[in-house]
Design a protein around this ligand. Sequence first.
Ligand SMILES: Cc1cc2nc3c(=O)[nH]c(=O)nc-3n(C[C@H](O)[C@H](O)[C@H](O)COP(=O)(O)OP(=O)(O)OC[C@H]3O[C@@H](n4cnc5c(N)ncnc54)[C@H](O)[C@@H]3O)c2cc1C
Length: 625
Amino acid sequence: MGNPRVIYWFRTDLRLHDSPALKAALDLNPDVLWPIFTWDPHYVYRAKGGVNRWQYLFDCQNDLSESITKLNPKSKLFVVREAPQTVMPKLFKAWKVTHLVFEKDTDSYGRERDKVVVDLAKKAGVKVISPYGRTLWDSDDLVVQNGGKPTMSITQLQAAGKKVGKIPRPLPAPKHLPDPGDMPLDFGLESPDPKPDVNAPLRDGKDQAYTSLAGPKGDFAIETLEELGFPAATTPHRGGETRALKALEHIIADEEYAATFQKPKTSPAAFRPQSTTLLSPHLHFGSLSVRLFYWRVQDLVDKYKGASSPPESLTGQLLFRDMYFAAQAAIGSPFVQTLNNPYVRFVPWHLPSKAEAGTETGTNAASGAYHVDTPQADQWFQRWKHGVTGFPWIDALMRQLRAEGWIHHLGRHAVACFLTRGGCYVHWERGADVFEELLLDHEPACNAGNWQWLSCTAFFAQYYRCYSPVAFGQKWDKEGALIRHYVPELKDLDQKYIYEPWKAPRAALDKAGVKVEGDGLGERRKGTYPEPMLDFGERRGVCIAAIKTAYSIGLHGNDQQVKDGTWRKLFEDAGEAEMEQFEGSDHDDDGEFADDAEQEARKGAGKRGAAKQGPMDKHVKRLKA
Ligand SMILES: Cc1cc2nc3c(=O)[nH]c(=O)nc-3n(C[C@H](O)[C@H](O)[C@H](O)COP(=O)(O)OP(=O)(O)OC[C@H]3O[C@@H](n4cnc5c(N)ncnc54)[C@H](O)[C@@H]3O)c2cc1C
């Protein structure tokens, strides 16, 4: 018998460096190795994905393919255009495969898909190897060490991590790769059902993703935006392992920045360059190994005097990522929603998701369909989504997100708080849905987990701390540079009014060539900016009182009353929440507790104040120079 004939299935790991799965494949000493990517219709039609993220994926695939070819000119990334669940058994047979190797995926769909593929491999006599490599620790091991429960805090994550063991050191990239074997395709293409296509509204051309198994030229080429019927991407951020490694080197080279990083001190208003690493899309696509990132920083921290520590530090940020992954690993598919999620508080938000019929144990958020309980809330939601709320700080961030696919963590805090508990009282699942489409770094676990945090439905409970859509931005960016860039209709407005244009006198507006009018939806007259859609001070009070009521009723997503609708009576019986006065800025959130939810003891100690110049600002200045 010859040596193994291995399919290496690239998915969440579009890199060659530090890939435990690729190492496992090469350790088999294969006769042949096919590096493949299956073009899965689930992601093409059933999961929301904006054009910018597709572009980023293609960047990663193209870069990876070139790197593979550098190691072996006969090889590259071979894209097979069919669902893995149907194409794999055909490949096993036609290519005489002995082993299938891939990096473990803990996302809900990933787990379902992999279970099907592993069963099919077993039936075909193909051995499967699938080590973890996407997180610092294996998320399933963390769950075991956390008593089978989701990790709901950094402290729990750190304790479980300690029991699992030391975070493995990164592995070097391979120096050569085996030849691919023959690739006969003596079988038909099983075309997917393109309906429902949740991405249809984004397409302006014909979708030709599935015309043949090996692509239009039969050479297993990487797809293009045109083939998917998408317009060109608008993001300046581009993907690929080569870029990711370069970006990491650049960050580590600034030792002070990397070693003393404190997330709450980084500015959400900084752009080009941004104040944090912007490595999240690379981590999402696996073009950067999270363990390489961790150890490069940790090694620096170990020898640096006065380094910062988790949760605010750079390694602390990576711990948050692992925390959400392990929370999702424990809870499974309900993690991304309220319904059936025992860890998420039930709040009767506006615009709730439509539950799929007959799915008491199933999902409700995935389709994005929702009930319009009040037209007002839907109008607020539409205005938020399209960056025309009339609050320039919120609009700048939402427009940055739409155009570029990335905004700073505290920017995400600001817009998420505003949509949910600090303004509109709209369901966090609506916001998560919009982020799912627009983020380059969209990660089901991190997105849902952070929305739960921001809406105070899980992970974080200080619902009386709200971000002001005016004062919070002003703290970081008095002159309104972010606003002037992303909301160009206000670019010439006096600094005094840039966060509150509705307060500007006629003369100031005339001088800036702008009129404040309308709701911003539909056709907007040139030179106009919308009126503010709500009175923030008033809405903050309403939201806080309503959440207080929800907390006192204390339902969670898996409670029977939530599933059968009898929650309504409980809330009616509780009556109108007493309108407490959570007046003024004492309760404004400046983000100084952004990573600090668990440190209750220190909660009251932090004083608000002007952002001080620190290594973060110096780093941004150095980058600008
Ligand atoms: C409402 C909301 C939704 C979010 N959705 C996502 C998402 O879909 N995908 C995603 O990766 N992050 C998400 N985040 C977390 C965070 O905002 C981003 O990871 C971070 O802003 C990415 O920028 P960066 O790479 O410069 O981060 P840095 O500050 O440089 O941090 C380094 C890395 O740590 C990880 N990280 C940092 N903060 C968090 C966090 N709070 N949760 C999880 N991981 C973190 C990221 O992988 C990041 O690349 C969300 C945050 C909020 C408030």
